[in-house]
Design a protein around this ligand. Structure first.
Ligand code: PHE
Length: 358
């Protein structure tokens, strides 16, 4: 290779090494390979080379051209990589760092209903439950018939149902009166074993200090082989003691009736009627409904009752929230009164944790 070509190669290598960013790199590229670049100039000058040297000179120039193109491209890749590394370092975000306290203090809290949702998910999650959901507007088959509440059954009246206009099948959809239709939805859509809770909105035409036309329930459903009443009792006793944070909270199971469970049990917890304090206070307070899933309900939902058994429960979220915090009235839950919300809201940056007690 002649001296001028070697010089061009060496100088270009130096210039490339000195190019610290893509702009400087592009200047080197243009000065070498561009229309009036050094190498382009040498190629253009080939015609003036004496004929006997032209072939050799031409081959050398072509080789050099290949080398320079490769060197320039390699430098571009190195610079781009360095730029990306610098950007990754500059924009680094450690999502495991603890959050900064919210400012100004007290703005943006979690509503007590949402907080209870979170606590239910944490507590039942620790018992292996996952969360299932269903729509607010249900067919009367899912809200009632699948759950062994036939047409004209008095329970349909007890529920103070909101009916919607009839659909093409002539049947009127309802605003679900309980979360129990999601029991049926879950059994129809999932293979057992099943272990779900269903927190959600429910509707009944009822309105006073302890009833709202829209309220919330949480349903629980467990389906497996060999499930018995002992499982139901253990599950609910553990939950109630953890939720209310009272290790020796008395819990009583009292025979009752629901069309969709057999046997059915209402569950009471101990309290003191005079002071309102929960715990061993000599009185009993009804808190939720439960029972072993009725064989007819299993069959309605496509499960063989000889193979599968289970238990279910349902409770009012407002009710357990009011009891836990000593709230006297249900209505403020929905009134968006900022003073009430500020008083009862919980810190969005400390979600419920089992380790700290919910
Ligand atoms: N769905 C019942 C209610 O709304 C509660 C319940 C659920 C009872 C599951 C037993 C089993 O009152």
């Amino acid at each position: 290779m002649s001296d001028d070509l070697q010089a061009l190669r060496a100088e270009t290598a130096e210039l490339l090494a000195a190019a610290a960013d893509l702009r400087a790199w592009d200047a080197v590229r243009v000065a070498t390979l561009g229309r009036s670049g050094r190498l382009t100039g040498l190629l253009k000058g080939l015609g003036a080379v004496p004929a006997e040297q032209r072939k050799e000179r031409g081959a050398a120039l072509n080789r050099l051209k290949g080398e320079l193109e490769a060197a320039i491209e390699a430098r571009r890749l190195a610079l781009e990589e360095a730029a990306l590394d610098a950007r990754l370092a500059a924009e680094r975000l450690d999502v495991t760092l603890p959050p900064r306290p919210a400012a100004p203090a007290g703005e943006g809290g979690i509503h007590p209903i949402s907080r209870t949702f979170e606590e239910l998910v944490a507590l039942f999650g620790a018992q292996g439950f996952s969360v299932a959901e269903g729509p607010d507007i249900e067919s009367d088959w899912l809200n009632f018939s699948a759950l062994n509440i036939p047409d004209h059954h008095p329970a349909r009246q007890d529920h103070d149902t909101f009916y919607l206009p009839a659909g093409p099948d002539g049947r009127r959809p309802v605003l679900r009166t309980h979360t129990s239709p999601v029991q049926a939805r879950t059994m129809l859509s999932q293979e057992p074993p099943i272990r779900v809770i269903v927190p959600g909105r429910t509707w009944r035409a009822d309105h006073d200090a302890t009833h709202s036309p829209m309220f919330h329930q949480v349903e629980g459903l467990v389906i497996d082989r060999h499930i018995h009443l002992g499982h139901l009792k253990g599950c609910l006793i553990d939950f109630l003691r953890a939720f209310f944070g009272i290790a020796d909270l008395p819990v009583r199971f009292r025979a009752s009736y629901f069309p969709f469970t057999e046997p059915s049990m209402e569950v009471d917890i101990g309290w003191n009627r005079k002071t309102g304090a929960l715990g061993a206070g000599g009185d009993w307070l009804e808190i939720l409904g439960s029972g072993m899933v009725h064989p007819k309900v299993l069959a309605n939902c496509g499960l063989d009752p000889r193979e599968w058994q289970g238990f279910a429960f349902g409770m009012g979220i407002e009710r357990i929230t009011m009891l836990k915090h000593g709230m006297p009235d249900l209505r403020p839950f929905y009134e968006s009164d900022l003073r009430w919300l500020r008083h009862w809201a919980s810190d969005p940056l400390s979600p419920p944790s089992l380790a700290e007690g919910v």
